[in-house]
Design a protein around this ligand. Structure first.
Ligand code: SER
Length: 903
């Protein structure tokens, strides 16, 4: 039975518009990391900020719940990724119809007997009253009173998704698998911990907008429902475990197959209990499904935000795979099944297959290494703790594991849990916080999340700003609202802004581009007669609202004033040069490296641009040069750049690239360059490629796994950059008094000269060494007595660059000096913060049993390293600089010992 289809058909017949799932990366909603519910893409409709395309909508939504990661595996019904079936009403029907539809669907479409159904409703609290209305409708629909349970906010109040936003009391439908699955306790009922009852559908009555402290009543009453597909499938199959349903069957089979355990018993080489075995299978099955969905929706593994969520589940899956005894890399073997199972419904997952497989493969390999190293350390620590009968792992050790070995803290906790030990998570978080603060200064692409969001939400309900900046850089307009910002960044709506005050102006219509899509906002001025406000930036804190941030420079501007808004058009032009350049860059990279290269972020301002892209090979210099050249050729071609609005279907037909920007709007904006580059983009562009002037790559670096960044410039900035390089070149040439054309040759000559001088200097130093040594040891050069010459160069600053080779040469000279009879030389130094030692023995000592190679081998351990060589010459290197002195002593004693024995 295709529940998805039945669900959508049911609601389509009841006038609902069927819309596609949005992506797992929530669009324009900084309050959440990933899409956790079907309602998320409709937040503006609930808040009445935007008009929905229809007042009734139904979807099947891809969801991911980070909060459930740790539960996955431990129960048979939790998953991270899942599909949620939902019907929504925006100011249309409310509780009665929502309840009637849900029950009708369950009883008559799903054919579930009514006596299997239990209901929960909100019991009320200080903020919000008991939901008697719902109770009444349920009873009228045939649910007896004794099967309607009341719960508090924890269970029966939903939302907001994130810190603020739409929310309301909810009523849940639970299914009863039967007493045989129950715990037998008298209190057993919906929300019991046992397996008897399962929540299948949540009906949320969205009536409030939570602003962080208060529940504000929304102007319209709305419905948001969510039915977990996996759970409904379990009910239909009469199977309490979602992992045994058709949705997971093939995936689980593949897990069992690769863990060589079709019967579920013979468990690789590991011994593992049944419950741990099943837990591991569930974790791998769930996480693999989630992994490929996250990647296909644009998430890449990283150490931050959603990237870290992905990394975390990849790592968790790998670790449990190892626990099942799977030795090889295995995730993509399961990925094959995931992609096959879902590609009909979600084609994106197969389109991104090659990309996902490469990412996963890479991540799995890296993590396997991490796992090896980190596990060794942690197991050792656990042994020590157990020996001392402790209960906790020191949070510093956990942090070291995380920081130095990249060993995830969740994993540390899980391994500790298996060993009945704990981690003080609070202290660990403190270490982490300190660490993050230290590394905070890096600029990110993420926009600042404005803590004053509710102000804008309020404004946006009243009006929407008209953006006229595609055609204009100035406008006659009216001040609709003004916001004053105090020293602490707190904002409030004010009627006017006086000279010197900082704040924001919201205009009725504006030519200012608000920062979005990686393009910085415009700057400029807003004026009225003598009154002048300097606009230092323009943002869009909520959709439809443009805030012109800045300072009042002259006079006083008031709400309602007619004003002229003028964009700094020269700056705008530079920004648009850079923006179009990123499109050319995207095109050129894909032409040179293949279509799998994809933009993953960008930022353009008036000076420069940054462009992040995913790629699987290390780009070579010559390829990047080619990219640069291709772009400059296109600039010289002076191709036409066209921006137009069209339907999503047409944009797809002409192959416009969209950056995971799954908007449900019918119209999209396409930016087209000649016939070779088409992207969905809302940014501002030049009219012809020739306007860009010059394109120059300034830096190319790696910023993450398979993720690289190009920084570059265009126009006068690129020209100035090249001019500066030229100036440097000409300065060097004048300093060297060589023509620019002969500079390379000249530099080579200088390098050779320096090398020669260094050698000369070294031989002089060696002479000094011999003198020092001769004075210190004061041997009779002609005698046959045993001469052990040990010398620690690290004690003399002048010898800091005596490396192994120079010490070898010095050793030869010293032996010569002492006529080389019965001479044993031990020279040591610290080179690049590491200890190195050279030993030499004359032939007569070798005959007496001295073997430099063997001694070096033994002494290696003393400096935490190793050594070897020949009988007459050996060298060793280590990692503990402090142990150099004792190692020299050890070698000296060793030689003495050997020679003594021989006597
Ligand atoms: N938003 C509610 C939930 O996620 C109903 O869709 O449970």
């Amino acid at each position: 039975m295709d529940i998805r289809k039945k669900f959508l058909d049911y609601f389509k017949k009841r006038d609902h518009l069927i819309l596609p799932s949005s992506g797992l990366i929530p669009e324009k909603d900084p309050s959440v990391l990933l899409t956790t519910a079907g309602m998320q893409q409709f937040k503006p409709f609930f808040l009445d900020i935007k008009k929905p395309p229809r007042s009734r909508i139904a979807t099947v939504q891809k969801c991911f719940r980070t909060s459930d990661i740790d539960s996955v595996g431990y129960t048979n019904r939790h998953c991270t990724f899942f599909e949620m079936l939902g019907n929504f009403s925006f100011g249309d029907y409310f509780k009665r119809e929502a309840i009637e539809y849900a029950l009708d669907f369950i009883l008559n479409i799903m054919s579930i007997p009514i006596d299997k159904i239990f209901i929960t409703v909100f019991k009320g609290d200080d903020d919000i009253p008991v939901d008697t209305e719902s109770i009444k409708y349920w009873e009228e629909s045939g649910i007896p009173e004794n099967r309607i349970y009341k719960f508090g906010k924890e269970e029966n109040f939903w939302g907001p998704a994130g810190e603020t936003g739409p929310c309301g009391p909810c009523s849940e439908i639970h299914y009863d698998f039967g007493e045989e699955y129950g715990c037998g306790k008298k209190t057993c009922g919906p929300n019991c911990d046992c397996e008897r009852f399962i929540e299948i559908w949540n009906l949320v009555f969205i009536e409030y907008d939570f602003d962080g402290s208060e529940y504000n009543v929304l102007p319209k009453k709305n419905i948001d429902t969510g039915m977990g597909l996996e759970r409904m499938e379990a009910v239909m199959e009469g199977e309490p475990s979602i992992f045994k349903t058709v949705l997971f069957k093939k995936i689980v089979e593949r897990v069992l197959e690769i863990s060589k355990d079709t019967a579920g018993r013979k468990r690789g080489s590991n011994s593992i209990s049944d419950s741990d075995f099943n837990k591991a299978v569930r974790i791998i099955a769930d996480h693999s499904r989630a992994i490929y969905f996250l990647i296909s929706d644009g998430v890449s593994p990283s150490n931050e935000g959603r990237g870290y969520v992905l990394r975390r589940i990849i790592r968790r899956a790998v670790r449990f795979g190892r626990q099942l005894g799977i030795k090889d890399y295995f995730l993509n073997k399961i990925g094959e099944v995931v992609v096959n199972e879902y590609s009909d419904i979600y084609p994106g997952i197969s389109e991104k297959k090659d990309f996902s497989f490469k990412l996963v493969d890479d991540e799995e390999k890296r993590f396997t290494e991490t796992l090896k190293e980190g596990s060794k350390v942690l197991i050792q620590k656990i042994k020590e703790i157990k020996k001392e009968r402790g209960m906790y792992l020191d949070s510093r050790d956990a942090f070291k594991l995380y920081d130095t070995y990249g060993f995830p803290v969740e994993l540390t906790r899980e391994i500790l849990k298996e060993n009945d030990l704990k981690l003080d998570k609070g202290k660990f978080d403190l270490h982490l916080k300190k660490h993050q603060e230290k590394s905070k200064n890096k600029k990110s692409f993420d926009k600042k999340i404005d803590k004053n969001l509710s102000i804008y939400q309020k404004i946006s309900k009243e009006s929407e700003v008209e953006f006229i900046g595609y055609q204009n850089t100035s406008a006659e307009t009216v001040i609709e609202n003004m916001v004053k910002t105090d020293k602490n960044g707190n904002k409030k709506l004010v009627p006017h802004l006086s000279k010197g005050e900082k704040g924001e102006i919201i205009l009725r219509k504006t030519p200012f581009y608000g920062e979005k899509g990686g393009q910085i906002g415009d700057k400029g001025i807003i004026k009225n007669g003598l009154a002048l406000f300097k606009v230092e930036g323009c943002l869009i804190p909520v959709e439809g609202i443009y805030t012109h941030e800045g300072v009042s420079k002259r006079g006083k501007l008031k709400k309602g004033d007619k004003v002229s808004a003028v964009v700094d058009h020269r700056r705008r032009k530079n920004i648009s040069r850079n923006h179009t350049a990123t499109h050319l860059l995207h095109w050129a990279l894909r032409s040179v490296f293949g279509k799998e290269v994809k933009q993953s972020g960008s930022f353009v301002d008036e000076d420069k641009f940054r462009f992040d892209y995913s790629i699987y090979s290390l780009p070579e210099k010559k390829d990047l040069e080619k990219v640069e050249q291709m772009i400059n050729e296109k600039i010289q071609n002076n191709d036409i750049v066209r921006c137009f609005e069209t339907t999503r279907e047409f944009a797809e037909e002409i192959g416009a690239i969209s950056l995971f920007d799954e908007k449900y709007g019918k119209f999209v904006r396409v930016v087209e360059i000649d016939n070779y580059s088409r992207e969905l983009c809302g940014g501002i562009h030049v009219k012809r490629t020739g306007d860009i002037g010059i394109f120059k790559i300034i830096a190319e670096t790696g910023v993450g796994a398979n993720l690289r960044r190009i920084e570059g410039a265009t126009g006068m900035y690129a020209y100035n950059y090249l001019r500066e390089k030229e100036a440097v070149l000409s300065e060097i040439s004048s300093k060297l008094e060589v023509d620019e054309g002969r500079l390379v040759e000249a530099v080579d000559g200088i390098k050779k000269e320096i090398q020669k001088k260094e050698e000369e200097l070294m031989s002089l130093k060696i002479k000094v060494v011999i003198k020092e040594i001769a004075d210190k040891f004061n041997y009779d050069t002609d005698s046959n007595e045993l001469k052990i010459i040990d010398f620690d160069f690290s004690k003399f600053k002048a010898f800091s660059n005596m490396d192994i080779k120079s010490m070898g040469n010095a050793g030869d000279e010293v032996k010569n000096y002492f006529k080389g009879k019965n001479t044993f030389v031990i020279f040591g130094n610290i080179v690049n913060q590491k200890p190195v030692i050279v030993l030499q023995a004359t032939d007569d000592l070798i005959k007496k049993g001295v073997d430099c190679s063997r001694i070096a081998g033994e002494a290696g351990k003393k400096i935490k390293g190793g050594g070897g060589g020949k009988t007459g010459y050996a060298q060793l290197g280590g990692s503990e600089p402090d142990s150099l002195g004792s190692a020299i002593k050890f070698i000296k004693n060793k030689a003495l010992e050997i020679l003594k024995k021989k006597k």
